[in-house]
Structures are given as C-alpha cells and as structure tokens.
Design a protein around this ligand. Structure first.
Ligand code: ZN
Ligand code: ZN
Ligand code: FE
Length: 765
C-alpha cells in the first residue's frame, strides 16, 4: 500500500506596506506564526516589512488571511504582495534585525493615545505600573514628540537619559511582549517622574498627582506638561475658573477644548454619533467638535456663541489619572498666550506661563518638538479636519501622482503648515500657527529643517503663496536664492482647490469653489469668493462674489460693522445702527472713507461677507478673533424656510451679487424677524447663488465636478447647504477629508501645483 502523501509544504514571501513599524506589528506576526506552527522570519526595512513564512500550505494560507484581520489600529496594512519562493525546511520563526538601505527612508510615527492594555495596567493596584503616568507600549505612547534623530531607537529619543531597569529591559527584548522594542518603555523604577511646582518655582511636597487633582477640584489653573507641549487646565464646569483662565490667557472668545475621561463623560457634554465615537476613541484622539447638550453643565464661558463643544478623550496615562481623580471634564487649552506658539520647553514654559497659572504639573521627559492637538469635525460620517496635527503628523499622505523632485511648500500665513513631498508621499507638518511674530517664525524655520533631517529630504523646488509680504513667501524666496532652488509661486485660491484635488486623489479639471477670508489676487484686489476652473497645473477664474470695500483695510477684518456699512451703501440702503463700542466719530470716518473711496481695499472675500451680514443682523459687529463674526452667524442659525435672494450678473466674470440679499435681510430685521432665521436664509441663499454660478461654469466648460475648499467650509451649515444645492443639480462634489479646507491645507495644494509645473504638465484649463 502506498504511503500517505506528505502534506504540501509552501514558502511565501510577503511585502507589507502601510503603518507597520514601531506599532507592534512584528510581535503580532511572530505570535500568529507560532500559533500556526510556521517557520520563517519577519524583518523591518526602510520601505516596510518583509515576512517569509513556511509550512503546510493550508496554514500558510490561513496566516495570510488572519494577518489582515488581526491588524488593528494603530497598525494599518495598505498592501501585501505575496510571492511563492522555494521552501528551505525552516521550522522556527524569528524576528530578524532591521536592515537599512543606503539613503534609507526613516519612519517617524505620530504620537498615539494610550491603549486599553496600558490603561488597565495603570488602574490595577496589583500592577507594577499602577498610577504610573508614563506607561506605554508598541501600540501607544509618544513618538513624533520625542524623536531626536533617525533611525527611531531609544538612544535617539528624549528617553535616552533613562536607563531601563531589568524588568523593563526584559519586556523590551522579548519578541512576544507588547513592549518588544517599545522605545519609550518605562516604569516607576526607571522612567520619568512627575513634579508639582508652585508658580514661583518652588517644588510642592507630596504626591504630585494627588496635589494636582486637589488643586483642580478647588478651581485652580494648572499648566500641565503633555505630549507635544503644555496645556492650561481647569475645571470645565467651574465658571469662575474658566473666566479666570480666559482673562489670564487674553483669549476673549475663542472656544476652549475640553478633555474627558471616557466616552461616557463625552456623552454628557455632546451628542456622539457612531462616527464621532470612533474618531474620539481612535489612536489619534483628536479634539472632536460635538453638538453641545443643553444640560452639559459646562461653563457658558467655554465657547460663547457656539452650538458645539470641542471634546477629546484623555490620551496619555497622565491625563487618564488626572481625569479619573478630578471626576469631571477639564478645560485643556494650549499653553500659550493668544497668537503665540504652544510652549514645549521647560524653561520657556516656566517663563511664559508663570503669570497664567497657580501651579505647574511637570515631568523630566523632554519634549523634542511641539505638536498641538488636532481638531476634527464629523460631516456626513467623514472627518473634516480643522487642524491636522498631533496623532496625524508626520504620517505621510499618499498622493496619486508621482514626482522625482523633492518639493518643499511653505504654506500660508495663518494656520501655517508646511509640506515636503517625495515620490508618492506628502509629509504635511504639524500645525505651526499664525506667522505673526518671531516666536512663530522661529517655530516655522526650525520645523522645516527638522523635517528635512528626519525624513532625509533635500528640496529641489520651493513653492509659496503669491502674497509678497507673507513671512513664509519671504523665507521661500530668500532660501531659493541662497540655495539656487527652483521656485514656484502659487495663487492662494488655486492652492486651496489643488489641496482638495490632492486630498481626494482627483486629477481635475474641476470647478473649484474657493471661499475664505483673504488671499492675494493677481488683479490687485483681495480674493476670497472665487469660482475657478482648475487642475493641478493651472486655473482660470470664472466667477466671483461682487467685490465690496474694506474701509480701513485690516481694521475691517475685525470690525464687521465696517463691511456692513459698505454692503448697505452699495445696496442703496439707508442704514444706521447703534453698535455698542463704535464711536460716532469712528462711524463718520468710515462713511467718509467709503464716500471718497480712500483707504478702501476691494475684496470678493466670502469670509468678510459673512462678517458683514453678521453685523447687519446685529449678531456680531466686532470680532475678537478673525472669523468670529462668521462663527457667530453660523451659531445663530435657527430653523427657517426660504432663502435670501442673490442675483447672478454677467460681466467679464460671472458675479454673485449680494445686494438683493442685503436689502432683504434689512427688511426682515425691520420687521422684527429673529436674526437666527435670517441667518439660515442667508446661508441657503448664498448656497443657491454659488450653485447657480457652478451651473454656468458647467455650461461653459462641460466640467461636472465641483471641489469645495477654503476656510469658509469649516462652516458645516454652509458646506451642507452648498452640497445639497449642487447635488440637486447633478454635480459630483469633492470635499476635504485628509487635510483642512482652511489655510492649514494650503501647503499640500502648493506642493502638488509645484510638482505639476516642474514636470512640465500643461494645464488643460
Ligand atoms: Zn499601550
Ligand atoms: Zn523599568
Ligand atoms: Fe485661504
């Protein structure tokens, strides 16, 4: 009788790409191979992870199937290429040392929120990491904010000064341990420690955590050293503490974010959908804007005029321990004065924050680079980024086009980010902020050189905004001159639309609706309400908002009543209002400017139009931060039927004429219609008008896809209204999902425009 045939042996090589390094992927592979009794090895290399696996053919198949199923965030498998190779009779499975090719691509991951396993340990009195604020593993913990250099190893992080105790070292070296090669691995024996320090710099005795919790409960304001910088914290349900924090920070009106212990506490504050829950609990743990509950118990001072509240879950062990100790939501706002970058260095933080806080909760693990919290909203079950920073940067965004040249795009002036591209990857930076002062400019320049070193990139091309006075533009031009680099200037609103194309992997051409506050227009006016026909390489302006005067230029940005006055006069309305805080002389001066057309800048800015209507309706006449008028107008919206009338005029460009809407809004106001109803009709009327412009553009060009971008589309009332009107007319719509529609997305747009231009792409518009 013939012997039973041997089961077929198979050996396969797997090339795995995605987020697979520094996240516990190799231990996962190892465990799976052990379970299925397979031989072979797994190895990191610069482009990803290679696995060779050998054993019974059925088990090898099972391994491949189960690998994808077992990969949970933060692990993300993008592609697996499988190749059959000759069996070698290998029975054992091993984790091999990493190999780095010449000119290797370094991998630096974003910081990741504390995982469930680590959380369970710090809450377990029997665990050796009970109440230990720096617990982490390969699934969670600091990355981007502690890396000094590459490759990513402990000696090149800010953990270099801490020597692992034998217990930690054992975990670090054990391939099946969750802490295998967890570079920041630490415990109370060997790792960083907390200290509580009084405002005058003296150390406060006793347990720092207990002390900090007690002070927060008593209503004090604390500076807390976190992952990417210092936070200012206080009890979010204590109105006096919140008001005091606002006063000390000189932050009059901008909403403050709140941190909660868990999803249950988040649900007390706002409505949480399934998509919002998933985002809150994701490893990035961003601030998520939720619809605020009426019974949230939060101080009214937290987010005046807003119907939303920015909520994030505790994302480090320190946060978890604090939140559980205090038992109520905490304000957690970046530790800076308004307009300055977040403080992240200890001495600097002590100096800058000393007058703002009652005590400092600090530790001795240095922060290598600052990184603000990300801010995301869910719209139609998809993320809409308002700020893409901690938890996301510096993970590369995949591009659908390719370019050999390394491009540096320096971004805009406000909400600055910069971006470096290589091949099909775009490294969009963390949030740098408004480049208004030396501190911010320094953060910008350091950030760029830092990224170039970490990712081993030398730019050949620099892209910048066409505005000659932006500090980012000046940096680009000076550096291009000094280093003899190719330089590409990109128009602001084209960059917004290109960012949307890159965000969604669309080649164009599209009709671009680019609506924001301010951007340099090549015709000498300020643009901001534009209809463009655009692809990556070029654009053509098809339409715009009817321009109006900004009396006093920059002053009109914060004083919406100046815009209201200009709009009303242009609409032929006799308009005088009592605006508290506006002196009659100032008023008369602005009337004079408008009448004689002096110190007036023309603009088609949609952002300013919002400010103007906000003032016309008596919602907000003076903004304490840019865009507050617009934010308040959205916040004021109440259910209402109908739409304010906008007209479309055919000139050299199609022009959306807001004058009928101004007259209608004033008539409603005189009749005593609640401003919230008129505000809703304003949004809807503007959306109908914009959709009409898009229809005309479609007739002229045959293009049926609309990309919407620009800071105005952070307003989801507008975004929803515009989308509905476009859908009704049969358009395909592209909205942002990976970078913000605001100026935080500009750098990505500039980069892809520059890539197209240096490749010699001819724009088909
Ligand atoms: Zn963990
Ligand atoms: Zn230890
Ligand atoms: Fe913009």
């Amino acid at each position: 009788m013939a012997a039973e045939p041997e089961p077929a042996v198979s050996r396969r090589r797997l090339e795995v790409r995605g987020l697979v390094q520094g996240v516990g992927f190799r231990p996962l592979v190892y465990r799976l191979a052990q379970e299925l009794r397979l031989g072979g090895w797994v190895r990191n290399h610069s482009g990803g992870v290679t696995i060779e696996i050998e054993g019974a053919a059925g088990a090898v198949d099972a391994f491949i199937a189960r690998l994808r199923a077992a990969a949970r965030p933060p692990i993300r498998i993008d592609t697996v290429e499988v190749e059959e190779v000759a069996p070698r009779g290998e029975q054992e499975f091993s984790i091999e040392p990493s190999v780095s090719h010449g000119g290797a691509v370094a991998l630096v991951l974003p910081d990741l929120a504390t995982c469930d396993a680590c959380l369970a340990e710090i809450l377990d009195p029997r665990d050796r990491r009970y109440r230990y604020a720096f617990t982490n593993c390969t699934h969670c913990g600091p990355r981007f904010t502690i890396v000094r250099d590459v490759p990513y190893d402990r000696v090149r992080t800010t953990m270099a000064g801490f020597v692992m105790c034998p217990a930690c070292a054992g975990e670090y070296e054990d391939p099946v341990d969750r802490r295998f090669h967890a570079q920041p691995n630490a415990c109370p024996e060997c790792g960083p420690r907390l200290t509580l320090v009084a405002a005058d710099g003296t150390r406060i005795p006793g347990d720092p955590l207990t002390g900090a919790v007690g002070r927060l409960i008593r209503g004090e304001i604390l500076a807390i050293k976190g992952l990417g910088g210092y936070h200012l914290a206080c009890d979010a349900r204590n109105p006096a503490a919140v008001a005091e924090l606002r006063a000390r920070k000189h932050r009059d009106a901008k909403p403050l974010a709140v941190m909660v212990a868990d999803l249950a506490m988040a649900r007390e504050l706002g409505e949480v959908s399934a998509a919002e829950e998933a985002l809150l609990a994701s490893p990035a743990a961003p601030i998520v804007l939720l619809a605020r509950r009426a019974d949230s118990g939060l101080s009214d001072q937290l987010a005046p005029d807003c119907t939303t509240v920015g909520v994030m879950l505790a994302y480090t062990p320190l946060h978890h321990l604090l939140l559980r100790g205090v038992g109520r939501p905490l304000v957690m706002t970046s530790g800076n004065l308004s307009d300055e970058p977040i403080a992240h260095e200890d001495a600097d933080a002590r100096r800058r924050l000393a007058g703002l806080v009652d005590a400092f909760l600090v530790h001795d693990r240095p922060i290598q680079r600052r990184c603000d919290d990300s801010v995301v909203r869910i719209w139609r079950d998809q993320p809409l980024f308002l700020r893409r920073s901690r938890g996301y940067a510096p993970a590369p965004l995949e591009l659908e086009d390719d370019a050999e040249e390394v491009v540096l795009a320096v971004g805009g002036h406000q909400k600055n980010t910069f971006c470096l591209t290589r091949g099909r990857e775009a490294f969009v930076s963390h949030h740098v902020g408004d480049l208004e002062n030396d501190l911010a400019l320094d953060a910008f320049e350091t950030g760029i050189s830092d990224f170039e070193r970490l990712f081993e990139l030398r730019p050949a091309v620099i892209a910048h905004d066409l505005h000659p006075d932006y500090l980012s533009s000046r940096y680009a031009l000076e550096r291009a001159e000094r280093e003899n680099l190719e330089v590409v200037g990109v128009q602001h609103h084209h960059a917004h639309i290109a960012a949307c194309l890159a965000d969604r992997g669309h080649p164009g051409p599209v009709i671009g609706l680019s609506l924001d506050g301010t951007g340099w227009g090549p015709d000498g006016t300020v643009w901001g309400g534009e209809v463009l026909l655009a692809d990556r390489a070029g654009y053509r302006r098809l339409g715009r908002l009817r321009p109006f005067a900004l009396a006093g230029g920059g002053a009109a940005v914060r004083q919406g009543w100046r815009v209201a006055l200009a709009l009303a006069r242009d609409a032929g309305e006799d308009f005088a209002d009592e605006w508290p805080g506006v002196a009659p002389r100032l008023w008369a001066g602005v009337v004079e400017m408008l009448t004689r057309d002096v110190q007036c800048v023309l603009t088609s800015s949609a952002g300013r139009l919002f400010d103007g209507f906000s003032a016309l309706l008596g919602v907000r006449a003076v903004s304490r931060y840019e865009g507050e008028g617009a934010v308040a107008l959205e916040g004021a919206c109440e259910p209402a039927e109908g739409a304010l009338p906008f007209a479309v005029n055919k000139k050299d460009l199609d022009e959306l004429d807001w004058r009928p809407a101004v007259s209608a809004a004033l008539a409603e106001r005189r009749r005593g219609v609640p401003p919230g109803e008129t505000a809703t009709r304003f949004h809807r009327g503007l959306a109908i008008g914009l959709a009409t412009l898009c229809e005309k553009a479609r007739q002229d060009t045959g293009v049926g896809t609309v990309a919407v971008s620009g800071g105005c589309f952070q307003n989801i009332t507008l975004l929803s209204a515009v989308s509905e009107e476009l859908e009704r007319r049969g358009f395909d719509i592209l909205t942002h999902r990976r970078v913000p529609p605001n100026d935080g997305g500009l750098s990505l747009g500039q980069a892809v425009v520059a890539r197209a231009r240096v490749r010699g792409c001819i724009s088909c518009v």
